[in-house]
Design a protein around this ligand. Structure first.
Ligand code: ADP
Ligand code: MG
Length: 262
């Protein structure tokens, strides 16, 4: 059964795109067919997965606004077992177009449900905002994975995100649940990092993944070589962490947890 996961946090630079690419690659390495939908006008996931800007003919914008079939927009790339629906900067204007539609929050869901594409896991790389694009992602998703950087205001941002999740669950998508929170750019030598981690774990309990993604420069280098960390530097701490995250995710889904956040 196809599972659709939004990778979301309204804060920029917390590791959403890095997680979409490398968590996706680690799932693909475990035999899952993975589709990444780039929902950020910055198009970082598309670039990191090696899709040249000049070759982005059919994009997330076309899928959302013009009803282009997602299986036509999904492109092969140099990543084994993964495809990507690329984004360009014109996605920035999609919000205004959606606003004029009566089914404005349903566009992505319609595309994802109708789509005749072949994927076990669909990862939606969300923009750094809680705008209509992100709401479209939440309506289309089974679950949300939140990369969280352990820093001072992390929990405040998270409660705003959870309110949006609750709204979407009540209005348009009752099956939406919080898949989990993964700490990113973690530095165990930093006191604040450890303190924030303790707070987050106390507040959210087992929704927080055991796996922490460490700050690892190899993770920031891999996209410029159009590679995942798994092929770029398979023994790096970043690669070990993303493989561990995929393993933990698969164990959790196999255990078929009940939704536990109301
Ligand atoms: P977002 O998609 O949330 O804006 P990104 O995944 O693009 O965040 O990450 C922001 C920047 O930090 C990028 O330059 C990325 O390469 C870098 N980065 C992300 N995760 C890590 C990490 N664990 N260690 C080091 N650099 C990272
Ligand atoms: Mg991003």
């Amino acid at each position: 059964m196809k599972k659709v996961i939004s990778i979301a946090n309204q804060k920029g630079g917390v590791g959403k795109t890095t997680t979409a690419i490398n968590f996706g690659a680690a799932l693909a390495a475990r035999g899952k067919k993975v589709l990444v939908i780039d929902l950020d006008p910055q198009g970082n996931a598309s670039t990191g997965m090696g899709i040249e800007r000049s070759s982005r003919d059919l994009t997330t914008y076309d899928v959302l606004i013009d009803g282009a079939p997602i299986e036509r927009a999904a492109r092969d790339c140099g990543f084994d077992g993964m495809k990507i629906v690329p984004a360009t900067t014109d996605l920035a204007s999609a919000d205004a177009h959606l606003m004029t539609s009566t089914r404005r929050v349903m566009h992505l869901k319609a595309a994802v449900v109708k789509g005749g594409y072949d994927a076990d896991v669909v990862l939606i790389d969300c923009p750094p905002s809680l705008n209509l694009l992100t709401i479209n992602a939440f309506v289309a998703s089974d679950a949300i994975l939140v990369p969280l950087q352990a820093e001072f205001f992390a929990l405040e941002g998270l409660s705003q995100l959870l309110l949006t999740v609750k709204d979407v669950r009540q209005s348009a998508n009752p099956r939406l649940r919080l898949e989990g929170v993964v700490l990113t750019m973690y530095d165990g030598r930093n006191n604040l990092c450890r303190q924030v981690e303790a707070d987050v774990r106390e507040t959210l309990g087992e929704l927080v993944y055991e796996t922490r993604i460490p700050r690892n420069v190899r993770l920031s280098e891999a996209p410029s070589y159009s590679q995942s960390i798994l092929t770029f530097d398979p023994t790096s701490r970043g690669a070990i962490a993303y493989r561990s995250l995929a393993g933990e995710y698969l164990r959790r889904t196999d255990a078929t947890r009940e939704p536990e956040n109301a």
